[in-house]
Design a binder for this molecule. Structure first.
Ligand code: TEU
Length: 543
């Protein structure tokens, strides 16, 4: 059915507002800054923006700690600026998808201030409170995702409150219908302002049972999403993408199959390939091309035509993917193209994270004092106590840490990289004089031109939207080979995920002539039995 929902042929672009573009010189990105860069996104051809939180916030987790769900953070601008962003984006065919962060809010939210002042406050049960154990111990030994205990004591009410992230992010009590009603009406309020959908932060956790594991999908998640569908989403043409670090192939179809509340899910098995079971991202593991393509193949095969996938390699919580899976040295552009071709030729909706379209790469912190991310600071003591060394921790921060994605967007080669006329809230990547939008847009063989081509293909080729996925050469250690097929159309894809040339024997299904719709090297008009792919070469032939 070619009349499929708009978000199946659109490509998303994630903006981390603090680091995108600063219009008033305070060193912090803002909404007028985003508006001033909309033509860049229109040129790129993206269909919607996933806007990381712009709500009022003390910014301890850079906006994922919300103190007023219906106000704009003062450093980012005003509600009028927001309404102007929606209008200006819509004029360019771009929708605004808001970040729904409702597992928790900020401890500076009026709800929490009232709740922590008295057990009798109507807001008290909007949060998860428990009595402590004898001897001043917290209710349970549950550890927070950002390190330390998941409970903090409040003397005024002589109780402990739950916070799965930081103490500044008290969990909301989703067992309370009054809380749910407040969230539904807040969602309606944003929908009435013309947004195109929601990205739902750690959505699996709103179904949790307080006494179950952190990353277990809570037993109530299907009730919560069912109520959200019935009360807010039903009958509306909104993009809904859930985020869950727990969702697996065993549970994903309950979120995203037809007639289920969400359109797609951000899942992280491919990210966790690079993590240690005990020290997570802070003891990185090598991710080989074979590991990466096997994981992607398993998800593409599992979702097939029953479910839709959210496709990404980068976001604001992840290292820059050229540094993680490619070559951020001499092969920066070449590996960036190969990884982009892989992502944009799969079945699902691709997401471009700000800066990946010009090949931004990881930065480096010399010491813990240079690290901004509260997650790293929260985890440090505990991991040191459990045997990780300081040097290992810093290596983990520099290879897998979240700061890598949060250095300011590099627009030009000037002192503020075109991000700010002031002092940026976070240091620029040292390569900002060479790597920036102005330089890359001027290069017909650059990443920007390549991304624009890939994104345009999605509007041009129905096989890219509707086509099934079939992998080949699944045990090949370097080359990701697959086809997309729809009716009589076939797209044959070969991607060399290494910096070495690869000679290989092609199965018949990949052989034959065709139109070279994607090529990073000399265009090939056909593929025969034996072929040698250049380093980082991507080929897609349409038959
Ligand atoms: O992230 C969910 C989350 O758990 C990640 O923080 C992840 O555990 C960690 O980064 C491992 O790399 C969402 C948001 O994307 C993140 O920015 C917020 O910090 C977090 O929730 C709390 O809202």
């Amino acid at each position: 059915d070619v009349a499929s929902p708009w978000w199946k042929s659109a490509v998303g672009y994630q903006i981390y507002p603090r680091s995108f573009c600063d219009s008033d010189g305070d060193g912090v990105g803002d909404i007028p800054g985003i508006i001033s860069r909309l033509d860049h996104l229109a040129d790129l051809g993206v269909g919607f923006i996933w806007l990381s939180p712009v709500y009022a916030s003390p910014q301890r987790d850079n906006g994922y700690d919300i103190s007023d769900y219906q106000a704009i953070h003062h450093e980012y601008g005003t509600l009028e600026d927001f309404d102007r962003l929606v209008t200006e984006a819509r004029d360019r065919g771009i929708g605004i998808v808001m970040d729904l962060v409702v597992n928790h809010c900020s401890d500076e939210h009026a709800w929490f201030k009232a709740a922590a002042a008295s057990r009798d406050a109507p807001e008290h049960d909007l949060f998860v409170w428990r009595e402590g154990r004898p001897g001043g111990l917290p209710p349970t030994d549950k550890r927070a995702i950002f390190g330390g205990p998941a409970w903090t004591y409040v003397a005024a009410v002589d109780r402990w409150y739950l916070h799965l992230f930081s103490p500044g992010q008290p969990d909301l009590n989703w067992d309370n219908p009054d809380l749910r009603d407040r969230i539904w009406s807040m969602m309606e309020w944003w929908i009435d302002r013309g947004i195109a959908g929601f990205r739902m932060d750690v959505i699996d956790l709103i179904g949790k049972d307080v006494d179950r594991g952190l990353f277990d999908e809570g037993p109530h998640i299907w009730d919560r999403l069912g109520e959200m569908h019935d009360r807010v989403l039903k009958g509306r043409d909104l993009l809904t993408v859930g985020e869950s670090w727990a969702v697996s192939r065993d549970t994903v179809l309950q979120y995203v199959a037809d007639a289920t509340p969400l359109a797609m899910m951000f899942h992280f098995d491919h990210v966790k390939l690079g993590w240690d079971p005990q020290f997570h991202k802070f003891r990185p593991r090598e991710v080989t091309p074979l590991m990466l393509k096997r994981e992607i193949t398993a998800w593409q095969t599992h979702l097939r035509e029953y479910g839709w996938d959210a496709l990404f390699l980068s976001n604001h919580d992840l290292p820059r993917h050229i540094s993680r899976y490619g070559d951020d040295g001499v092969g920066r552009v070449a590996s960036g193209k190969a990884l982009a071709a892989m992502l944009h030729l799969l079945r699902g909706t691709p997401f471009v994270y700000q800066g990946e379209e010009i090949g931004m790469i990881n930065t480096r912190a010399a010491s813990l004092a240079d690290v901004e991310d509260l997650e790293a600071h929260g985890q440090y003591e505990g991991f040191m106590a459990n045997g990780l060394t300081h040097a290992e921790f810093m290596e983990g921060v520099n290879l897998n840490g979240r700061d890598n994605a949060r250095t300011p967007m590099q627009w030009d080669g000037g002192p503020g990289a075109g991000f700010t006329a002031g002092t940026p809230w976070m240091p620029l990547n040292p390569n900002s004089r060479e790597v920036h939008v102005a330089a890359d847009r001027a290069d017909p063989d650059g990443l920007f031109a390549f991304y624009r081509h890939l994104i345009g293909l999605r509007r041009e080729l129905p096989v890219l939207i509707h086509g099934g996925f079939q992998a080949y050469l699944e045990d090949h250690p370097a080359v990701f080979a697959f086809t997309r097929g729809w009716h009589e159309r076939r797209l044959a894809v070969l991607i060399n995920l290494t910096g070495e040339a690869q000679a290989l024997e092609l199965p018949d299904a990949l052989c034959g002539s065709g139109r070279p719709v994607v090529h990073t090297h000399a265009a090939r008009r056909g593929l025969q039995g034996r072929v040698t792919l250049e380093p980082w070469e991507a080929v897609a032939l349409l038959r």
